[in-house]
Design a protein around this ligand. Sequence first.
Ligand SMILES: Cc1cc2nc3c(=O)[nH]c(=O)nc-3n(C[C@H](O)[C@H](O)[C@H](O)COP(=O)(O)OP(=O)(O)OC[C@H]3O[C@@H](n4cnc5c(N)ncnc54)[C@H](O)[C@@H]3O)c2cc1C
Length: 378
Amino acid sequence: MSSVKKVLVIGAGIGGQSAAIGLKKAGIEVEIVEIHEAFNVYGVGIIQQQNALRALDMIGIGGETMRRGSPYGQVKMFTAGGHFIGPAGAPPNEKYPSHNGISRRVLHDIMFEECTKLGIPIRMGLTVEAIDNKPDCVDVTFTDGTSGSYDLLIASDGINSKVRGMIFEEISPRYVGLSVWRYPFKRHEDLDTGYIYYGRKSKAGFVPMSADTMYMFLVSAEGEDWRVPEDQMVSKLKEYMAEYPIKMARDLMEQVTDAKLVNYRPLDALRISGEWYKNRVVIIGDGAHATIPQLGSGAALAIEDAVVLADELQKNNTVEEALPAFMKRRYDRCMAVVNASETLGEWELLEFQGKPLPEGANIGALVGRTMGGLAAPI
Ligand SMILES: Cc1cc2nc3c(=O)[nH]c(=O)nc-3n(C[C@H](O)[C@H](O)[C@H](O)COP(=O)(O)OP(=O)(O)OC[C@H]3O[C@@H](n4cnc5c(N)ncnc54)[C@H](O)[C@@H]3O)c2cc1C
Protein backbone atom coordinates (compact mmCIF):
# COMPACT_ATOMS: atom_id res chain seq x y z
CA MET A 1 0.00 0.00 0.00
CA SER A 2 1.41 3.34 -1.06
CA SER A 3 2.26 5.98 1.51
CA VAL A 4 1.19 8.57 -1.08
CA LYS A 5 -2.26 9.85 -0.18
CA LYS A 6 -2.46 13.32 -1.72
CA VAL A 7 -0.98 14.48 -5.03
CA LEU A 8 -0.84 17.82 -6.84
CA VAL A 9 -0.66 17.77 -10.65
CA ILE A 10 0.61 20.92 -12.38
CA GLY A 11 -0.86 21.24 -15.90
CA ALA A 12 -4.12 19.82 -17.22
CA GLY A 13 -2.76 18.69 -20.58
CA ILE A 14 -2.60 15.17 -21.94
CA GLY A 15 -0.05 13.87 -19.42
CA GLY A 16 -1.46 15.71 -16.41
CA GLN A 17 -5.06 14.62 -16.85
CA SER A 18 -3.97 11.05 -17.61
CA ALA A 19 -1.94 10.99 -14.39
CA ALA A 20 -4.81 12.39 -12.36
CA ILE A 21 -7.24 9.80 -13.75
CA GLY A 22 -4.79 6.94 -13.11
CA LEU A 23 -4.07 8.07 -9.54
CA LYS A 24 -7.68 8.69 -8.61
CA LYS A 25 -8.62 5.25 -9.87
CA ALA A 26 -5.83 3.87 -7.67
CA GLY A 27 -7.52 5.48 -4.67
CA ILE A 28 -5.15 8.44 -4.32
CA GLU A 29 -6.51 11.94 -3.69
CA VAL A 30 -5.46 14.21 -6.50
CA GLU A 31 -6.00 17.79 -7.64
CA ILE A 32 -4.86 19.71 -10.71
CA VAL A 33 -3.90 23.33 -11.31
CA GLU A 34 -3.89 24.70 -14.85
CA ILE A 35 -2.40 28.05 -15.79
CA HIS A 36 -5.01 28.95 -18.41
CA GLU A 37 -8.32 30.48 -17.33
CA ALA A 38 -10.12 28.35 -19.91
CA PHE A 39 -9.04 25.50 -22.16
CA ASN A 40 -8.23 26.58 -25.69
CA VAL A 41 -7.03 23.38 -27.35
CA TYR A 42 -6.25 23.97 -31.01
CA GLY A 43 -8.50 22.44 -33.62
CA VAL A 44 -6.33 19.89 -35.38
CA GLY A 45 -5.82 16.25 -34.60
CA ILE A 46 -3.43 13.81 -33.08
CA ILE A 47 -2.23 10.42 -34.29
CA GLN A 48 -2.44 7.55 -31.82
CA GLN A 49 -0.56 4.32 -32.32
CA GLN A 50 -1.51 1.09 -30.59
CA ASN A 51 0.67 1.80 -27.55
CA ALA A 52 -1.22 5.05 -26.93
CA LEU A 53 -4.55 3.23 -27.14
CA ARG A 54 -3.32 0.50 -24.81
CA ALA A 55 -2.20 3.09 -22.23
CA LEU A 56 -5.52 4.93 -22.48
CA ASP A 57 -7.27 1.61 -21.97
CA MET A 58 -5.30 1.10 -18.76
CA ILE A 59 -6.92 4.24 -17.32
CA GLY A 60 -10.31 3.30 -18.73
CA ILE A 61 -10.73 5.74 -21.64
CA GLY A 62 -9.29 3.83 -24.61
CA GLY A 63 -12.70 2.67 -25.87
CA GLU A 64 -14.20 6.15 -25.73
CA THR A 65 -11.18 7.59 -27.53
CA MET A 66 -11.62 5.16 -30.42
CA ARG A 67 -15.40 5.68 -30.45
CA ARG A 68 -15.07 9.45 -30.76
CA GLY A 69 -12.00 9.35 -32.99
CA SER A 70 -11.39 7.57 -36.24
CA PRO A 71 -9.63 4.20 -36.10
CA TYR A 72 -7.73 3.59 -39.33
CA GLY A 73 -5.34 1.11 -40.88
CA GLN A 74 -1.68 1.20 -41.77
CA VAL A 75 -0.46 4.47 -43.25
CA LYS A 76 0.14 4.46 -46.99
CA MET A 77 3.39 6.18 -47.94
CA PHE A 78 3.98 7.71 -51.37
CA THR A 79 6.45 9.90 -53.22
CA ALA A 80 5.16 13.40 -53.94
CA GLY A 81 4.06 12.28 -57.38
CA GLY A 82 1.99 9.39 -56.07
CA HIS A 83 4.37 6.42 -56.42
CA PHE A 84 3.60 3.92 -53.62
CA ILE A 85 6.54 3.40 -51.24
CA GLY A 86 4.94 1.04 -48.73
CA PRO A 87 2.75 0.75 -45.62
CA ALA A 88 3.76 2.02 -42.18
CA GLY A 89 2.57 1.13 -38.70
CA ALA A 90 1.65 -2.07 -36.94
CA PRO A 91 -1.12 -4.15 -38.49
CA PRO A 92 -4.37 -4.14 -36.50
CA ASN A 93 -4.70 -6.77 -33.80
CA GLU A 94 -7.76 -8.19 -32.05
CA LYS A 95 -7.92 -5.26 -29.66
CA TYR A 96 -6.60 -2.21 -31.49
CA PRO A 97 -6.57 -0.75 -34.99
CA SER A 98 -3.23 0.25 -36.54
CA HIS A 99 -3.96 3.87 -35.64
CA ASN A 100 -6.60 6.14 -34.23
CA GLY A 101 -6.87 9.74 -35.39
CA ILE A 102 -8.70 12.12 -33.09
CA SER A 103 -9.28 15.83 -32.69
CA ARG A 104 -7.14 17.24 -29.89
CA ARG A 105 -10.22 19.00 -28.55
CA VAL A 106 -12.19 15.75 -28.45
CA LEU A 107 -9.35 13.90 -26.70
CA HIS A 108 -9.17 16.74 -24.20
CA ASP A 109 -12.95 16.58 -23.67
CA ILE A 110 -12.78 12.83 -23.01
CA MET A 111 -10.07 13.33 -20.39
CA PHE A 112 -11.81 16.31 -18.81
CA GLU A 113 -15.15 14.47 -18.66
CA GLU A 114 -13.42 11.54 -16.94
CA CYS A 115 -11.74 13.87 -14.42
CA THR A 116 -15.11 15.50 -13.73
CA LYS A 117 -16.82 12.11 -13.34
CA LEU A 118 -14.16 11.06 -10.84
CA GLY A 119 -14.53 14.32 -8.92
CA ILE A 120 -10.96 15.49 -9.55
CA PRO A 121 -10.75 19.23 -8.79
CA ILE A 122 -9.16 21.30 -11.57
CA ARG A 123 -8.36 24.86 -10.53
CA MET A 124 -8.07 27.04 -13.61
CA GLY A 125 -5.99 30.20 -14.07
CA LEU A 126 -3.58 29.08 -11.39
CA THR A 127 0.01 27.96 -11.06
CA VAL A 128 2.73 27.55 -8.47
CA GLU A 129 4.51 30.55 -7.02
CA ALA A 130 6.87 28.68 -4.68
CA ILE A 131 7.69 25.04 -3.99
CA ASP A 132 9.30 23.80 -0.79
CA ASN A 133 10.41 20.32 -1.84
CA LYS A 134 11.22 18.44 1.35
CA PRO A 135 12.23 14.78 1.79
CA ASP A 136 8.85 13.78 3.26
CA CYS A 137 6.35 16.22 1.66
CA VAL A 138 6.09 19.13 -0.72
CA ASP A 139 4.60 22.49 0.32
CA VAL A 140 3.27 24.70 -2.42
CA THR A 141 2.24 28.34 -2.55
CA PHE A 142 -0.02 29.17 -5.48
CA THR A 143 -0.20 32.39 -7.47
CA ASP A 144 -3.53 33.31 -5.81
CA GLY A 145 -1.85 33.27 -2.40
CA THR A 146 -3.36 29.95 -1.27
CA SER A 147 -1.13 27.06 -0.25
CA GLY A 148 -1.17 23.31 0.22
CA SER A 149 0.90 20.38 1.38
CA TYR A 150 1.15 17.19 -0.67
CA ASP A 151 2.89 13.83 -0.61
CA LEU A 152 3.90 14.30 -4.24
CA LEU A 153 3.88 16.99 -6.93
CA ILE A 154 3.66 15.85 -10.56
CA ALA A 155 4.93 18.45 -13.01
CA SER A 156 3.15 17.95 -16.32
CA ASP A 157 3.34 21.54 -17.48
CA GLY A 158 4.66 20.85 -20.95
CA ILE A 159 7.76 21.65 -22.95
CA ASN A 160 8.20 25.09 -21.37
CA SER A 161 7.71 23.71 -17.87
CA LYS A 162 8.06 26.28 -15.11
CA VAL A 163 8.45 23.58 -12.47
CA ARG A 164 11.42 22.15 -14.40
CA GLY A 165 13.26 25.44 -13.94
CA MET A 166 12.30 25.68 -10.26
CA ILE A 167 13.30 22.15 -9.26
CA PHE A 168 15.42 20.45 -11.92
CA GLU A 169 17.35 22.56 -14.41
CA GLU A 170 17.01 25.72 -16.48
CA ILE A 171 16.97 24.49 -20.06
CA SER A 172 15.26 25.79 -23.16
CA PRO A 173 13.76 23.75 -25.99
CA ARG A 174 16.08 23.31 -29.00
CA TYR A 175 14.67 24.30 -32.40
CA VAL A 176 15.57 21.58 -34.93
CA GLY A 177 15.24 23.65 -38.13
CA LEU A 178 11.88 22.16 -39.17
CA SER A 179 8.35 23.50 -38.87
CA VAL A 180 4.93 21.90 -39.04
CA TRP A 181 1.88 23.41 -40.73
CA ARG A 182 -1.50 21.92 -39.85
CA TYR A 183 -5.00 22.61 -41.18
CA PRO A 184 -8.38 21.00 -40.42
CA PHE A 185 -10.77 19.95 -43.20
CA LYS A 186 -14.01 18.13 -43.81
CA ARG A 187 -13.00 14.54 -44.51
CA HIS A 188 -12.00 14.02 -48.14
CA GLU A 189 -13.79 11.23 -50.03
CA ASP A 190 -10.45 9.51 -50.85
CA LEU A 191 -9.25 9.38 -47.24
CA ASP A 192 -9.69 5.68 -46.40
CA THR A 193 -6.65 5.59 -44.04
CA GLY A 194 -3.66 7.80 -43.14
CA TYR A 195 -1.44 8.99 -46.00
CA ILE A 196 2.08 10.43 -46.14
CA TYR A 197 3.66 11.98 -49.23
CA TYR A 198 7.40 12.64 -49.30
CA GLY A 199 8.19 15.72 -51.40
CA ARG A 200 11.46 17.45 -52.20
CA LYS A 201 10.66 20.53 -50.10
CA SER A 202 8.23 19.09 -47.59
CA LYS A 203 6.43 16.02 -46.27
CA ALA A 204 2.63 16.06 -46.21
CA GLY A 205 0.32 13.81 -44.19
CA PHE A 206 -3.44 13.37 -44.31
CA VAL A 207 -5.07 12.04 -41.17
CA PRO A 208 -8.69 11.12 -40.33
CA MET A 209 -10.07 12.66 -37.10
CA SER A 210 -13.66 11.35 -37.25
CA ALA A 211 -16.13 10.03 -39.81
CA ASP A 212 -16.57 13.61 -41.08
CA THR A 213 -13.31 15.41 -40.33
CA MET A 214 -9.58 15.18 -41.08
CA TYR A 215 -6.45 17.29 -40.85
CA MET A 216 -3.29 17.77 -42.85
CA PHE A 217 0.21 18.15 -41.46
CA LEU A 218 3.04 19.42 -43.58
CA VAL A 219 6.67 19.47 -42.44
CA SER A 220 9.01 22.04 -44.00
CA ALA A 221 12.53 23.30 -43.41
CA GLU A 222 12.29 26.98 -42.53
CA GLY A 223 15.82 27.21 -41.15
CA GLU A 224 16.79 30.05 -38.83
CA ASP A 225 14.22 32.43 -40.25
CA TRP A 226 11.20 30.38 -39.23
CA ARG A 227 8.72 33.15 -38.47
CA VAL A 228 5.93 33.50 -41.03
CA PRO A 229 3.74 36.65 -40.99
CA GLU A 230 0.03 35.90 -40.70
CA ASP A 231 -0.75 37.43 -44.11
CA GLN A 232 1.59 34.87 -45.73
CA MET A 233 0.32 31.78 -43.91
CA VAL A 234 -2.20 30.73 -46.54
CA SER A 235 -0.06 31.49 -49.61
CA LYS A 236 3.05 29.79 -48.21
CA LEU A 237 1.17 26.67 -47.17
CA LYS A 238 -0.45 26.46 -50.60
CA GLU A 239 2.96 26.86 -52.23
CA TYR A 240 4.18 23.76 -50.40
CA MET A 241 1.00 21.84 -51.18
CA ALA A 242 1.41 22.58 -54.90
CA GLU A 243 4.26 20.04 -54.99
CA TYR A 244 1.71 17.21 -54.64
CA PRO A 245 -0.18 16.62 -57.90
CA ILE A 246 -2.68 14.21 -56.35
CA LYS A 247 -6.41 14.75 -56.22
CA MET A 248 -6.71 14.92 -52.43
CA ALA A 249 -3.97 17.54 -52.09
CA ARG A 250 -5.36 19.55 -55.01
CA ASP A 251 -8.91 19.52 -53.63
CA LEU A 252 -7.79 20.40 -50.12
CA MET A 253 -5.51 23.16 -51.36
CA GLU A 254 -8.55 25.03 -52.64
CA GLN A 255 -10.03 24.89 -49.15
CA VAL A 256 -7.00 26.50 -47.48
CA THR A 257 -8.36 30.01 -47.19
CA ASP A 258 -8.25 31.08 -43.54
CA ALA A 259 -4.93 32.14 -42.00
CA LYS A 260 -6.49 31.71 -38.55
CA LEU A 261 -6.97 28.00 -39.23
CA VAL A 262 -3.31 27.47 -40.18
CA ASN A 263 -1.62 26.04 -37.11
CA TYR A 264 2.04 26.73 -37.76
CA ARG A 265 4.84 25.99 -35.34
CA PRO A 266 8.58 25.43 -35.35
CA LEU A 267 9.62 22.05 -33.97
CA ASP A 268 11.46 21.93 -30.66
CA ALA A 269 13.06 19.06 -28.80
CA LEU A 270 14.16 18.84 -25.19
CA ARG A 271 15.37 16.33 -22.65
CA ILE A 272 16.46 16.94 -19.11
CA SER A 273 19.90 15.62 -18.34
CA GLY A 274 19.46 14.23 -14.86
CA GLU A 275 16.81 12.33 -12.96
CA TRP A 276 13.13 13.09 -13.51
CA TYR A 277 12.49 13.24 -9.76
CA LYS A 278 13.85 15.05 -6.76
CA ASN A 279 12.49 14.46 -3.25
CA ARG A 280 8.72 14.84 -3.69
CA VAL A 281 8.58 16.29 -7.22
CA VAL A 282 8.49 14.24 -10.42
CA ILE A 283 8.31 15.54 -13.98
CA ILE A 284 6.55 13.69 -16.81
CA GLY A 285 5.69 14.15 -20.49
CA ASP A 286 7.12 16.94 -22.63
CA GLY A 287 8.60 18.69 -19.61
CA ALA A 288 11.08 15.83 -19.22
CA HIS A 289 11.46 14.48 -22.77
CA ALA A 290 9.81 16.47 -25.57
CA THR A 291 10.08 14.69 -28.88
CA ILE A 292 9.57 16.24 -32.30
CA PRO A 293 6.50 14.57 -33.86
CA GLN A 294 8.27 12.58 -36.59
CA LEU A 295 6.94 9.37 -35.02
CA GLY A 296 3.67 10.90 -33.77
CA SER A 297 4.36 9.64 -30.25
CA GLY A 298 4.92 12.51 -27.79
CA ALA A 299 1.43 12.36 -26.35
CA ALA A 300 1.60 8.56 -26.23
CA LEU A 301 4.74 8.82 -24.10
CA ALA A 302 3.08 11.34 -21.78
CA ILE A 303 0.09 9.01 -21.29
CA GLU A 304 2.38 6.03 -20.71
CA ASP A 305 4.40 8.05 -18.17
CA ALA A 306 1.17 8.75 -16.31
CA VAL A 307 0.07 5.11 -16.33
CA VAL A 308 3.44 3.76 -15.17
CA LEU A 309 3.76 6.42 -12.45
CA ALA A 310 0.31 5.57 -11.06
CA ASP A 311 1.25 1.87 -11.16
CA GLU A 312 4.55 2.34 -9.32
CA LEU A 313 2.97 4.56 -6.69
CA GLN A 314 0.43 1.84 -6.04
CA LYS A 315 2.95 -1.00 -5.98
CA ASN A 316 5.58 0.56 -3.74
CA ASN A 317 5.32 1.50 -0.11
CA THR A 318 7.40 4.63 -0.41
CA VAL A 319 8.00 7.48 -2.84
CA GLU A 320 11.73 6.75 -2.52
CA GLU A 321 11.10 3.35 -4.10
CA ALA A 322 8.37 4.34 -6.55
CA LEU A 323 10.09 7.22 -8.37
CA PRO A 324 13.34 5.43 -9.35
CA ALA A 325 11.25 2.41 -10.39
CA PHE A 326 9.09 4.71 -12.53
CA MET A 327 12.07 6.28 -14.26
CA LYS A 328 13.75 2.90 -14.81
CA ARG A 329 10.68 1.68 -16.67
CA ARG A 330 10.40 4.85 -18.74
CA TYR A 331 13.83 6.23 -19.58
CA ASP A 332 15.08 3.94 -22.36
CA ARG A 333 11.68 3.73 -23.98
CA CYS A 334 11.23 7.51 -24.07
CA MET A 335 14.79 8.12 -25.26
CA ALA A 336 14.38 5.60 -28.09
CA VAL A 337 11.52 7.72 -29.45
CA VAL A 338 13.18 11.08 -28.78
CA ASN A 339 16.46 10.03 -30.40
CA ALA A 340 14.91 8.30 -33.42
CA SER A 341 12.57 11.26 -34.02
CA GLU A 342 15.49 13.66 -33.96
CA THR A 343 17.46 11.49 -36.39
CA LEU A 344 14.47 11.34 -38.73
CA GLY A 345 14.17 15.11 -38.42
CA GLU A 346 17.86 15.55 -39.32
CA TRP A 347 17.42 13.36 -42.39
CA GLU A 348 14.28 15.26 -43.44
CA LEU A 349 16.14 18.52 -43.07
CA LEU A 350 18.96 17.26 -45.33
CA GLU A 351 16.44 16.05 -47.91
CA PHE A 352 14.57 19.37 -47.97
CA GLN A 353 17.91 21.17 -48.34
CA GLY A 354 18.82 18.91 -51.29
CA LYS A 355 21.76 17.37 -49.42
CA PRO A 356 22.65 13.66 -49.33
CA LEU A 357 21.67 11.53 -46.34
CA PRO A 358 24.46 9.97 -44.25
CA GLU A 359 25.65 6.59 -45.49
CA GLY A 360 23.44 3.77 -44.27
CA ALA A 361 20.51 6.06 -43.44
CA ASN A 362 17.39 3.94 -43.69
CA ILE A 363 14.18 5.72 -42.77
CA GLY A 364 11.95 2.63 -43.02
CA ALA A 365 14.25 0.55 -40.82
CA LEU A 366 14.55 3.24 -38.14
CA VAL A 367 10.79 3.84 -38.04
CA GLY A 368 10.06 0.10 -38.01
CA ARG A 369 12.58 -0.64 -35.26
CA THR A 370 11.45 2.22 -33.01
CA MET A 371 7.72 1.72 -33.45
CA GLY A 372 8.17 -2.05 -33.13
CA GLY A 373 9.88 -1.44 -29.78
CA LEU A 374 6.83 0.45 -28.55
CA ALA A 375 4.76 -2.71 -28.86
CA ALA A 376 6.68 -4.11 -25.86
CA PRO A 377 4.78 -3.96 -22.54
CA ILE A 378 5.27 -0.77 -20.54
C1 LIG B 1 3.26 19.69 -34.36
C2 LIG B 1 3.07 18.59 -33.33
C3 LIG B 1 2.38 17.45 -33.65
C4 LIG B 1 2.25 16.41 -32.73
N1 LIG B 1 1.58 15.29 -33.08
C5 LIG B 1 1.50 14.26 -32.22
C6 LIG B 1 0.82 13.06 -32.58
O1 LIG B 1 0.29 12.95 -33.69
N2 LIG B 1 0.78 12.04 -31.68
C7 LIG B 1 1.36 12.15 -30.44
O2 LIG B 1 1.31 11.19 -29.66
N3 LIG B 1 1.99 13.29 -30.07
C8 LIG B 1 2.06 14.34 -30.91
N4 LIG B 1 2.67 15.51 -30.53
C9 LIG B 1 3.24 15.62 -29.17
C10 LIG B 1 2.20 15.96 -28.10
O3 LIG B 1 1.41 17.08 -28.48
C11 LIG B 1 2.89 16.26 -26.78
O4 LIG B 1 3.91 15.31 -26.58
C12 LIG B 1 1.91 16.20 -25.61
O5 LIG B 1 0.94 17.22 -25.74
C13 LIG B 1 2.66 16.36 -24.29
O6 LIG B 1 1.75 16.30 -23.23
P1 LIG B 1 2.09 17.04 -21.85
O7 LIG B 1 0.94 16.76 -20.96
O8 LIG B 1 3.46 16.70 -21.41
O9 LIG B 1 2.12 18.59 -22.22
P2 LIG B 1 0.96 19.49 -22.79
O10 LIG B 1 -0.03 18.70 -23.54
O11 LIG B 1 1.66 20.62 -23.47
O12 LIG B 1 0.21 20.04 -21.51
C14 LIG B 1 0.79 20.96 -20.62
C15 LIG B 1 -0.33 21.62 -19.82
O13 LIG B 1 0.23 22.37 -18.75
C16 LIG B 1 -0.31 23.69 -18.76
N5 LIG B 1 0.70 24.56 -18.16
C17 LIG B 1 1.81 25.07 -18.78
N6 LIG B 1 2.52 25.77 -17.88
C18 LIG B 1 1.86 25.70 -16.70
C19 LIG B 1 2.11 26.22 -15.41
N7 LIG B 1 3.21 26.95 -15.14
N8 LIG B 1 1.22 25.96 -14.42
C20 LIG B 1 0.11 25.21 -14.66
N9 LIG B 1 -0.17 24.70 -15.89
C21 LIG B 1 0.70 24.93 -16.87
C22 LIG B 1 -0.62 23.96 -20.21
O14 LIG B 1 -1.55 25.01 -20.37
C23 LIG B 1 -1.15 22.60 -20.65
O15 LIG B 1 -2.52 22.47 -20.34
C24 LIG B 1 2.83 16.55 -31.44
C25 LIG B 1 3.52 17.71 -31.10
C26 LIG B 1 3.65 18.72 -32.04
C27 LIG B 1 4.42 19.94 -31.66
